[in-house]
Design a protein around this ligand. Structure first.
Ligand SMILES: Cc1cc2nc3c(=O)[nH]c(=O)nc-3n(C[C@H](O)[C@H](O)[C@H](O)COP(=O)(O)OP(=O)(O)OC[C@H]3O[C@@H](n4cnc5c(N)ncnc54)[C@H](O)[C@@H]3O)c2cc1C
Length: 461
């Protein structure tokens, strides 16, 4: 089967599409382990399984690096500071595996910046005690000492600094893991959507899929429609208000701009998706991020998922007034929980800091989300920047939306149900664990371990 899929013209998910060379996809695929979903978790799992020498087929509904899920963008926080000793331990294991993934792929992924925790709700002293118990280097600074170290931030109480924190380039991580998995023999098929499963008498699973959308002639598309007079066609989400620079992965900011539709084609001559390959596997890893609540019922076995809340989050990038300022990542809880980190490429060509509210997001589903940034969240974040971050120009350069999948206790789901391994490590803090999740998922898929008790499904029953 030929895959005549089209792909985004650039990595911003927008603009005209170009045809990529057709991918040869057989009508039938026999594999040891099928991994559905090539976000941070599925790609890390495929890499881990491939480097252990197993036959893996990674199945992704869209293109690698697309912006409809949870893993796009150049900036995620990596930190050791958690108010929970188990997560402190896991961040250490995961930090080692990030370095391994970097070495294995020759790609820089984790950039150390140091991290700052502040605000009464964040309890810097309590976090310091936990880091001390775990032997993680850290300092507790007075407001004056902190302001001297980071003159572009304001402090009214103690601040915890730990030097091991930093940022992860999520886009680069997904690309590196997929590329390396493929080099190690994994089969990677994109534009192919899992639609259902049946168990075979021999214990294996047969997956049904849909193939790619077929476009006869490619015209400017909409990954998100557009266009209002005076507003440029945009990308997966967003546009451009006067005074706000064009941006990439985000959402609508302009009054009068229609909400977007996550990829609906507008090109005449686009045919619906075709039948995709039939994939038979001994084990199937389901790493579909925010699509999990919609897809769990298609596995053909009962999966007792907890109530998962999918929310549409928004992030904002602000210009650093001093291009030489070395921004740490930070988490500031004084009322709303605000986090920030150097933006990387998502902020544009000038140094910028991504700032967002962790505990705000409207409930959506992965297929019905609209990509529209919540103006109330923009107000809260902008007010925070004005009050606490004098080193930033308080008008967002760009903004973007992204999906959280949240469990009731904010621990992950990572468990095995028959031949399926269910992988849902998000709750807004999963990225930093991706290579560790890849390893834990591989162990579950190969039957080497029981699930981590904190991530087991049985905790909800
Ligand atoms: C705004 C935001 C900020 C965040 N910040 C941080 C942070 O600072 N630090 C941190 O540690 N974590 C952070 N996170 C969390 C982290 O990004 C997520 O935990 C992680 O991206 C989840 O990855 P995933 O692979 O589970 O999901 P996804 O990236 O959504 O991947 C799922 C994949 O499955 C594919 N798929 C879905 N359905 C099908 C199907 N039927 N067939 C085939 N493929 C399918 C999708 O196309 C997608 O590619 C943040 C998340 C967001 C949204």
């Amino acid at each position: 089967m030929k895959n005549p899929a089209v792909e985004d013209d650039d990595n911003d998910g927008g603009g005209a599409r170009r045809e990529r060379p057709p991918m040869d996809i057989p009508d039938r695929i026999e594999t040891e382990i099928a991994v559905i979903g090539a976000g941070l978790m599925g790609s890390a799992t495929a890499w881990e399984l491939a480097r252990r020498g197993h036959a893996v087929t990674l199945v992704e509904a869209y293109d690698i690096g697309h912006r409809r899920g949870s893993s796009h963008g150049t900036s995620r926080i990596y930190r050791r500071a958690y108010a929970d000793p188990e997560y402190v331990r896991l961040t250490g294991l995961s930090g080692e595996l990030w370095r391994e993934l970097e070495n294995n792929t020759g790609t820089a992924l984790l950039r150390v910046t140091g991290g700052v925790d502040l605000g009464a709700g964040r309890d810097p002293e309590g976090l310091a005690r936990l880091l001390a118990e775990a032997g993680v280097p850290h300092e507790l600074l007075s407001p004056g000492a902190a302001a001297e170290r980071w003159p572009f931030m304001r402090f009214e109480g103690p601040a915890l600094h730990h030097p091991e924190a930093g940022t992860i380039d999520a886009d680069a991580a997904v690309a590196a893991a997929v590329t390396r998995a493929s080099e190690l023999g994994a089969q990677v098929i994109t534009g192919v959507r899992f639609t259902g499963a049946e168990s075979l008498p021999d214990g294996r699973v047969r997956l049904r899929t849909e193939g790619p959308e077929v476009t006869a002639s490619v015209q400017p598309h909409t990954e998100g429609p557009e266009t209002t007079a005076g507003v440029r066609p945009y990308t997966e989400g967003s546009e451009v208000t006067a005074g706000v620079q064009p941006h990439t992965e985000g959402s609508e900011t302009t009054a009068g701009v229609r909400p977007y539709t996550e990829g609906s084609e507008v090109t005449a001559g686009v045919r619906p998706r075709t039948e995709g390959p039939e994939i038979t596997a001994a084990t199937v890893v389901v790493a579909v991020g925010p699509w999990l609540p919609e897809l769990a019922g298609l596995l053909g076995v009962p999966v007792a998922l907890p109530p998962l809340r999918v929310t549409q989050q928004q992030v904002f990038h602000f210009l650093s007034r001093d291009p030489e300022a070395r921004w740490p990542i930070f988490v500031h809880t004084d009322g709303p929980q605000i986090y920030g980190l150097p933006s990387g490429g998502d902020g544009g060509s000038l140094p910028a800091v991504k700032v967002a509210q962790h505990d705000a997001g409207k409930p959506v589903t992965a297929t019905t989300r609209d990509g529209v940034v919540d103006p109330a969240s923009r107000d809260i974040v902008t007010s925070h920047v004005r009050r606490w971050l004098p080193g930033l120009d308080p008008v967002p350069l760009t903004e973007a939306s992204c999906l959280y999948t949240i469990t009731p206790d904010e621990d992950f789901v990572l468990d095995r149900v028959g031949p399926f391994v269910i992988v849902s490590p998000c709750s807004g803090h999963g990225a930093k664990f991706a290579p560790l999740i890849g390893r834990m998922t591989a162990d579950l898929a190969l039957g080497h371990t029981a699930p981590h008790p904190r991530f087991a499904l049985r905790r909800f029953t």
